[in-house]
Ligand binder design. Structure first.
Ligand SMILES: Nc1ncnc2c1ncn2[C@@H]1O[C@H](COP(=O)(O)OP(=O)(O)OP(=O)(O)O)[C@@H](O)[C@H]1O
Ligand SMILES: [Mg+2]
Length: 383
């Protein structure tokens, strides 16, 4: 096996140094040998031991990253220098690269992209196993996925109202991604036209670049940002691993990214859904929905799915006499219910027609139940 890549971290912000160090230390191919707060100390560190790679911040007291890069490149030309920069720093990046930096990564830094970049700079294959590469293996705590046990469970309704309450009541930065290629109606619920769409992004842009993805994101009156779904009439399935790549790439810019997946029938990619911190399964109070959910839960358990991440939302959409009593449901499912949502066709339909989430209107039974759901999530929103 090739030697480990030795790494020096240079950043004046202690928490960034510590976070990067902890993150990279978990990767087998890397060896973080030092972490210092400015360019001057970086030069001193190189004199003691020359690293293979330096992660170099730009603005630092005593000596900034541009001066340090020029000097280190002259003194130790074989060291690979990777700048850590905010996206507005393009002119600075050009200067850094002409001074000897090899490349840059944008701040806020997304761990898995940093790992990929370093491995590619050193032409190392990505041999990290799932337990070694936190960015790929660990669940991404910013990602929330929604899917219904089948079509028409109220998944999109609950997802967009949850997003809007998290944004409005809890001041969270929320991005909603329409990952349902068949109906792609999230933009309708949020009152936005849907061009350009996620399909355009996947065709024309690089789904791993946050600044590219940003061009396809729009703001909504509901207070959440939106990456709209496929164009009308396009019933072609989205590559869900690419959708997830987009979510991961942009997640650093948000408190939470909420993905609205289609009902189970059209897509359940277990490996993909394993990557999210919270997976909402929406079921209605119809016997058939509860039965299907029970089967799914059994399958998930057999496949060692991380069941803690699975939160079942029981949407009381059907007339009560047609439904299963809620206290029986947990027994049938062999899994707890995370939340119940009140049925309220009038409020939900009016909101659909007006294209604005009902969480904005005066308190309603259905709005309150989703608010409770949001409050529970918000407890660890920034944790
Ligand atoms: N709590 C509720 N009370 C009353 N009606 C509801 C409720 N939740 C959803 N509905 C209605 O159920 C229908 C389906 O809702 P929605 O589009 O949110 O479901 P979905 O699971 O996302 O469906 P799709 O499979 O089309 O993606 C809509 O007509 C919506 O108005
Ligand atoms: Mg939907």
């Amino acid at each position: 096996m090739a030697d480990k890549i030795s790494i020096l971290i240079v950043d004046d912000e202690p928490h960034i140094r510590v976070t990067i160090q902890e993150f990279l230390s978990e990767i087998d191919q890397f060896n973080v040998i030092d972490a210092v707060p400015n360019g001057k100390q970086a030069i001193e560190s190189c004199k003691r031991r020359v690293p293979d790679l330096i992660l170099m911040d730009v603005n630092m007291p005593v000596m900034g990253g541009l001066d340090a890069t020029r000097m280190i490149h002259t003194m130790f030309p074989r060291v690979v220098i990777l700048m850590l920069s905010t996206e507005t720093d393009m002119e600075i990046i050009r200067t850094a690269i002409s001074g000897g930096a090899r490349d840059y990564v944008s701040k806020p830094i997304r761990g898995n992209l940093l790992v990929d970049k370093i491995l590619s700079l050193f032409n190392r294959p990505d041999t990290t196993t799932s337990s070694q590469q936190p960015g790929k293996a660990r669940r991404d705590r910013r990602l929330i996925a929604f899917f219904g046990i089948r079509a028409g469970m109220g998944t999109t309704t609950i997802a967009c109202n949850l997003g809007s309450i998290l944004a409005q009541k809890h001041s969270a930065r929320i991005l909603m991604i329409d990952a349902d290629s068949t109906y792609a109606d999230l933009s309708h619920y949020l009152g936005r036209r849907r061009e350009p769409t996620i399909v355009d992004l996947l065709r024309q842009g690089d789904p791993s670049k946050a600044d590219v993805i940003g061009n396809y994101i729009m703001q909504t009156k509901a207070g959440v940002d939106l990456l709209p779904g496929s164009p009308i009439g396009q019933i072609e399935s989205l590559d869900e691993s690419k959708v997830m790549e987009i979510a991961r790439s942009i997640a650093g810019n948000y408190d939470r990214v909420i993905l609205d997946f289609p009902g189970l029938g059209s897509a359940l990619r277990l490996e993909i859904l394993k990557q999210v911190e919270t997976l909402f399964l929406v079921i209605s109070n119809e016997v058939v929905a509860v039965r299907l959910a029970r089967i799914l839960i059994e399958i998930l358990k057999r496949r060692d799915f991380p069941m803690k991440t699975l939160k079942v939302v029981y949407n009381l959409i059907a007339p009560l006499f047609a439904g299963v009593e809620s206290d029986q449901v947990e027994d049938i499912l062999t899994h707890p219910l995370f939340a119940m949502v009140a049925g309220n066709p009038e409020v939900v339909t009016t909101s659909y027609l007006q294209q604005i989430p009902f969480s904005h209107t005066p308190p309603t039974s259905v709005g309150k139940s989703i608010e409770q759901l949001a409050d529970r999530l918000a407890e660890n929103l920034r944790g």
